[in-house]
Design a protein around this ligand. Structure first.
Ligand SMILES: Cc1ncc(COP(=O)(O)O)c(C=O)c1O
Length: 401
């Protein structure tokens, strides 16, 4: 273990994490645990992974100084442009790595869960690239609100299975993916899309996303003459874009971390996905973490306008960092996120994903000093959310900067 915020040998981040899996999956998870670091660190893997990141995904993504946004909030704001990746979000950093891992483990079939559809599209994309069978589970609510991504996955050759249990969102899609994995443990690799799930998934996904902070470290030297910002900002669903953004700075006390979670219709409205503020310790999808649950320990159905943040848990890495006081969390509601998306669009000419708009929402809530250097992970682009934005048209029409 490199530092106190990293995972330990037993798969825990402080009190959170672990691998709580059904017996049928024990062998799969154990094999993954024993082999993932060796495979990831092998020079041949690194070469193939890095070549694909640069030539196929389009990395490094720019670190863009957002001049007009900075003027408005009177501080220095840089955007890490993960929206410019192939397929439109950070998710592909992880799926490229995991498909290479799956091939090296001799797997022939890939399954995934998806909320916003970005992870589903990124998985379907790498399966097309590597000629592997692909099945994506997606809640029916999300199939409807992100249907452009469903059409993309199908065009890429994936089978999209709409899930009708629970409130038909990300949690329910993940349940079904785990069920599928239990039925096909021998030939199937489950590409989890965030820093969630049983150990070693949170660490595996964080490592594959750490390319984001590795690039920030180099790019901020060119822009500001030092290799760290004062603040790192990211939205958290399960925590993968946030995990990648902070990975190189986990225990660097010069860098403050601000996470944005989805308050939905308000933290106390009963309709939110503000897991960190509302959650208590529990187990979801194989990990002990903060979890929204009722008095009897039943998981509470989350709600957010943003499909990618509509999840009742949070990666164990983030649960621990918040518990230790390392990260600060702000809850951004639907309207604040929509307003922040409009603001970025009109000030910078960039239409962000609704998830990323939650990260942008922090500027309306937190005051920074003029000299503060802030790097915000713009995790994805807004194409998939156009319908939601258009339905918000009244406010778009009346929008005045
Ligand atoms: C663009 C975008 N940003 C953020 C997220 C949230 O996921 P994570 O917390 O794993 O980064 C998603 C999830 O679908 C997404 O599509």
């Amino acid at each position: 273990m490199d530092n106190k915020f990293d995972v330990n040998e037993e798969g825990y981040y402080g009190e959170f994490g672990g691998a709580y899996v059904p017996e049928i999956l024990y062998a799969n998870v154990e094999t993954l645990r024993k082999t993932y670091k060796t495979i990831l660190q092998a020079p041949a893997f690194q070469k193939e992974y890095n070549e694909l990141l640069s030539d196929y995904v389009g990395r490094p993504t720019p670190l863009y100084f957002a001049r007009r946004l900075s003027e408005k909030y009177d501080c220095k704001i840089y955007l890490k442009r993960e929206d410019l990746n192939h397929t439109g979000a950070h998710k592909i950093n992880n799926t490229i790595g995991q498909i290479l891992l799956a091939r090296r483990m001799g797997k022939t079939r890939i399954i995934a869960e998806t909320g916003a559809g970005q992870h589903g599209v990124a998985t379907a994309t790498v399966c097309a690239l590597m000629n592997m069978e692909c099945v994506v589970y997606m809640g029916k609510t999300d199939v409807e609100r992100q249907h452009l991504n469903v059409q993309k996955m199908e065009m890429l050759g994936a089978k999209v299975v709409p899930v009708t249990s629970g409130n038909q969102t990300l949690k329910d899609a993940t349940n079904e993916a785990i069920r599928d994995w239990c039925c096909h443990p021998a030939n199937t690799h489950y590409i989890i899309g965030s820093t969630v799930g049983p150990h070693p998934y949170p660490d595996l996904v964080a490592r594959l996303q750490s390319v984001i902070s590795k690039e920030i470290k180099k790019q901020i030297i060119e822009k500001e003459g030092r290799d760290y910002p004062d603040y790192l900002v990211a939205c958290v669903g399960g925590g993968s874009n946030a995990g990648g953004t902070i990975y190189e700075y986990l225990d660097d006390p010069r860098v403050k971390i601000v996470l944005a979670e989805a308050a939905g219709k308000g933290v106390d409205s009963g309709e939110s996905a503000a897991t960190i503020q509302l959650g208590r310790t529990g187990i979801i999808h194989g990990a002990k973490t903060l979890l929204m649950q009722d008095a009897d320990g039943q998981i509470q159905e989350p709600y957010s306008i943003s499909a990618g943040l509509d999840y009742p848990g949070i990666g164990p890495m983030h649960a621990n960092m918040v518990r230790q006081g390392r990260s600060e969390v702000l809850a951004i509601d639907d309207n604040e996120a929509l307003a922040a998306a409009m603001e970025l669009t009109r000030l910078e000419g960039i239409i962000p994903a609704l998830e990323s708009a939650h990260a942008l929402g922090i500027f309306g809530k937190k005051k920074f000093k003029k000299e503060d250097i802030i790097v915000l992970c713009l995790s994805g682009r807004g194409d998939k959310d156009m319908e939601t934005y258009i339905n918000y048209e009244l406010q778009i029409t009346n929008y005045n900067l």
